[in-house]
Design a protein around this ligand. Structure first.
Ligand SMILES: Nc1nc2c(ncn2[C@@H]2O[C@H](COP(=O)(O)OP(=O)(O)OP(=O)(O)O)[C@@H](O)[C@H]2O)c(=O)[nH]1
Ligand SMILES: [Mg+2]
Length: 337
């Protein structure tokens, strides 16, 4: 697909501003593209959005949890409450595992189709073909584009099994962790670290035969969180059935209250910190990549590794010599030493 056809970034921006969903989809595809002319337009578009989209008008929430816990079903179910309240809802996915299936959020599952057909909703599967870090970065940019299009609730669905959690935490205001009834943390593949990032914990599938187990799990998590957050306020633990809809409205209420309690000042502060952290981390990666792929640096690097392995050189000396080479490369004398 010709992503921009003849559209300039300003024309695309104007269409997005008016809530044109096709333009929004195209813009997200544009920022995912690595083609150089696309990158240029994407940069200009994101800058324009950044300057003109008012801050703090949206609520950004991550819905996280182990594979199969019911994240998509929960989002579909909670979306009816969000839309009824008059919000415009965008759902984005950060799902490293879906790189294989090409985006499981829509893939074989039909649930989100109902939601994506709603005039006030927008559903976007995770971008295919890039590494997880890249997916997170693109999702961050997609959030800004959705906000420009007037979506005021952004939900990011993410599998709670690893690095994507810490990344996703830095692009949202609140993180809701879904848990299945029964089983310990290890069984659900949920790491302690992820629990620490949660603002609200909800035990899903509290229905039928699983209802009593769900109550037990709630108790266990309430206790575990109290221990974990002994110094501060532990997140609430609720339960719901995304399939039957019970408890889902209460979960949305709890999220809304948490959001309302964040003052505008706090929110602006948090978001600004998040942007700066993103910049610092990415810059560090980019600078390292630049050096690591430089032929002079690379050959010296390999040589040093071999020398360290042979015990010919201490790590200290190797580091000093690499630092000297780095300085030389930076000052344009790299080929002479
Ligand atoms: N009984 C019951 N089943 C549920 C509930 N919510 C989801 N499920 C079922 O759990 C399975 C997984 O649901 P999904 O919504 O696809 O879960 P997910 O967490 O999005 O899965 P991934 O995106 O693959 O990680 C489906 O078969 C759902 O029907 C619930 O509240 N109760
Ligand atoms: Mg899902």
């Amino acid at each position: 697909m010709a992503i921009t056809d003849t559209l300039s970034h300003m024309e695309l921006y104007d269409k997005i501003r008016l809530g044109d969903r096709i333009a929004l989809s195209r813009a997200i595809t544009l920022v995912e593209s690595r083609q150089s002319d696309h990158v240029e337009t994407a940069n200009a578009l994101l800058d324009t959005c950044m300057r003109n989209t008012p801050e703090q008008t949206s609520m950004r929430v991550a819905v996280s949890g182990a594979p199969g816990v019911g994240k998509s079903t929960f989002i579909e179910s909670v979306s009816s409450h969000i839309l009824e309240a008059g919000h415009r809802l965008a759902v984005l996915a950060v799902d490293p595992s879906s790189q294989l299936s090409g985006g499981s959020i829509l893939g074989d599952k039909t649930r989100m189709h109902t939601l994506s057909a709603h005039p006030n909703a927008f559903v976007r599967p995770s971008p295919a073909g890039s590494h997880p870090g890249g997916v997170a970065e693109r999702t961050r940019e997609a959030t800004l584009l959705c906000e420009t299009a007037g979506f005021d609730v952004i939900i990011v669905e993410t599998v709670g099994v690893g690095q994507s959690e810490t990344q996703v935490r830095t692009m949202v205001d609140l993180l809701l962790l879904l848990i299945s009834p029964g089983g310990g943390d290890e069984v659900q593949g949920i790491k302690r670290g992820i629990l620490e990032l949660a603002d609200l914990v909800v035990v899903n599938k509290a229905d039928g035969a699983l209802a009593s187990q769900a109550r037990e799990t709630m108790g266990q998590y309430t206790h575990a969180l109290r221990v974990l957050f002994s110094q501060g306020q532990a997140p609430d633990v609720l339960s719901c059935s995304s399939l039957e809809g019970s408890g889902v409205s209460a979960a949305w209420q709890a999220l809304s209250t948490l959001f309302e309690n964040m003052s505008a000042h706090d929110l602006a502060d948090i978001r600004s910190q998040q942007e700066q952290t993103w910049f610092k981390e990415r810059l560090r990666q980019l600078v390292v990549e630049r050096f690591i792929t430089h032929h002079r640096f690379l050959s010296e690097y390999d040589k040093k590794l071999a020398q360290i392995a042979q015990r010919e050189l201490s790590v200290r000396t190797a580091l000093a010599e690499m630092t000297a080479l780095t300085d030389a490369l930076l000052s344009g004398r790299g080929e002479q030493i």
